[in-house]
Write a protein that binds this ligand. Structure first.
Ligand SMILES: *Cc1c(COP(=O)(O)O)cnc(C)c1O
Length: 523
């Protein structure tokens, strides 16, 4: 299958050829089940075709002068060749179904297969957003039931279900805040965001037309309450606080922060992406939060990664609920769940909606999965999720902190993720080198260089779905690469050795992606 091809593609030499793995050089470049795979354009010529259709003879030409005049330039592969190409590529992915995925802030937890079974039920999977409401009562029930749970778990007043990701939810929450301020004739200009915030927070505030200012952190990694209070004033529309924050710490002053912001006439936005650590333990509504997005795809286990899908419902306080977007579901006294849209908003006393976030109701597949997850865990099970997530993160923190510096390790236990810095690495070795060496150990690296407040940050989030044995194996790998980084093992600078491709320039790839293939022969 992998015979040399049109463009003379040859497998890249890997460490196995450097004598690190003894064995014969294979003709194909494959190593048993580790298969080399070229790009599809390298595999097949653009002058062949995978289908076998007879030439059209006679008959009228119905293309109206729109015939292609140049070749289409797509590779021609047969069906089995195509299937094999993509299956081979898929085997080079790392996935939560393959192993521990310690990507901090992303909550890469196991996705129970029960969720998938429920989401695939035809009554949920096959509904169309334009179907008459009378034919999708069950789907509306699911959205409404999930909304009820989210409100109950957060102690809030209302929820906008339609946002399709955390960042989309942030925008929805901030637009609610803007609508509320405009309704009282008090448009304000500034949103305060801590330095440790996820990049989406300042991006959201700026996108919604606000000027972003930083809130400083104190020495133990939390919001500096006094500095925040000193900055509050009539120009501050809102503060955006992540709790637990991206240093893996609970913001203990949250209630005092909310009280101060409210006293100054502002609103409190909480980034709830880290809700996994507190679900069933704390209700953000009790802490004075006005709006908070929940990443269903993190806390409630729906699969994510590779850009989607996501779902970011936003829970809203009583003050903000009147401005929540359309459409939404509402149950009337007769027990029927209705869809509230522009035409019946007045009937449901919801005439101040700021608008819409999406054409339809949100991510149905995410809703069914999240509700299946919530109902199968129950209130006690969800509380245990938070407790076990925190326990696992602290187990890692305390198991490696003698080798990896934990900048806030002294200020007590962490929440659901453990944060380390590169202090103590030998001169010349970096967080990137450690992460690449972890790839050789068969792990997806942790989140790197975020949050920005810690030098060479490594943010490790094991989640609650890892067993102690699994954590111990990961800890052994992490300790080994940390020891090598401290000892100055410069071979780490060439890692990974065992990945299908060696050290790639990810920054260049992200900044200047090459999305179209060009034929080297014609260059
Ligand atoms: C994941 C995350 C977001 C953004 O959520 P998306 O669903 O990726 O848009 C925002 N803030 C924090 C802290 C996060 O971890």
């Amino acid at each position: 299958m992998n015979a040399p091809n049109k463009s003379g593609w040859k497998p890249e030499m890997t460490a196995a050829d450097d004598g690190m793995h003894s064995g014969p050089q294979t003709v194909t470049g494959n190593r048993a089940l580790m298969l080399e795979e070229p790009l599809i354009f390298e595999l097949a010529g653009t002058d062949t075709t995978g289908v076998d259709l007879p030439e059209i003879e006679g008959g009228p030409n119905r293309l109206g002068g729109m015939e292609r005049t140049a070749p289409i330039g797509l590779p021609g592969l047969s069906e089995p060749e195509t299937v094999r190409h993509y299956t081979r590529l898929s085997r080079q992915n790392y996935a939560i179904d393959l192993g521990l995925f310690p990507l901090g802030s992303c909550t890469m937890k196991h996705n129970p297969r029960l969720n998938e079974k429920i989401a695939r039920m035809p009554g949920f999977a096959d509904v169309h957003p334009l179907q008459p409401v009378s034919t999708v009562r069950g789907a509306l029930e699911v959205i409404n039931e999930l909304a009820f749970w989210l409100i109950d778990l957060t102690g809030m007043h209302g929820v906008a279900m339609s946002p399709k990701a955390g960042a989309h939810g942030e925008l929805c929450g901030i637009l609610c805040i803007r609508a509320a301020l405009e309704a009282r004739g008090d448009p304000r200009e500034v949103i305060l965001v801590p330095e440790s915030a996820h990049g989406t927070n300042p991006a959201t505030a700026a996108f919604a037309g606000y000027r972003v200012e930083n809130i400083p952190a104190n020495a133990d990694g939390r919001v500096d309450l006094e500095a925040l209070k000193a900055r509050l004033g009539p120009d501050v529309a809102a503060v955006m606080i992540t709790n637990p924050n991206t240093c893996g710490l609970f913001e203990r002053d949250m209630k005092a922060i909310s009280d101060a912001v409210h006293a100054a006439g502002g609103f409190v936005y909480c980034d709830g992406a880290n809700f996994n650590a507190i679900v069933g333990k704390i209700r953000p509504g009790d802490l004075g939060v006005d709006a908070m997005h929940i990443n269903l795809h993190k806390t409630f286990s729906t699969p994510h990664g590779g850009g989607g899908p996501g779902s970011g419902p936003v829970v809203l306080s009583e003050a903000l609920s009147p401005y929540g977007p359309l459409p939404f579901t509402a149950r009337t006294a007769d027990g029927v769940v209705h869809l509230v849209e522009e035409e019946n908003a007045a009937e449901f006393d919801h005439t101040q909606a700021f608008g819409r976030m999406t054409a339809f109701h949100g991510q149905m597949g995410m809703f069914t999965r999240a509700l299946a997850y919530i109902l199968s865990h129950g209130a006690d099970g969800l509380r245990q999720v938070a407790e076990d997530a925190v326990l696992n993160a602290n187990y890692i923190l305390r198991s490696v902190e003698d080798l990896l510096e934990a900048p806030f390790g002294k200020s007590g236990p962490c929440m659901h993720e453990a944060l380390f810095s590169d202090a103590g690495f030998s001169e010349g070795l970096s967080t990137l080198d450690l992460a690449k060496s972890l790839v050789d150990e068969g792990y997806h690296p942790m989140t790197m260089y975020f949050p920005l407040v810690v030098h060479g940050a490594m943010l490790v989030e094991p989640t609650e779905t890892e067993s102690k044995a699994g954590l111990d194996q990961f800890i052994a790998a992490l300790r080994s690469v940390a020891e090598r980084a401290r000892a100055g093992d410069v071979s780490m600078k060439q890692a990974p050795y065992y990945a299908p491709r060696r050290r790639l320039d990810e920054t260049l790839a992200a900044r200047k992606p090459v999305l179209a293939w060009s034929d080297p022969d014609s260059a």
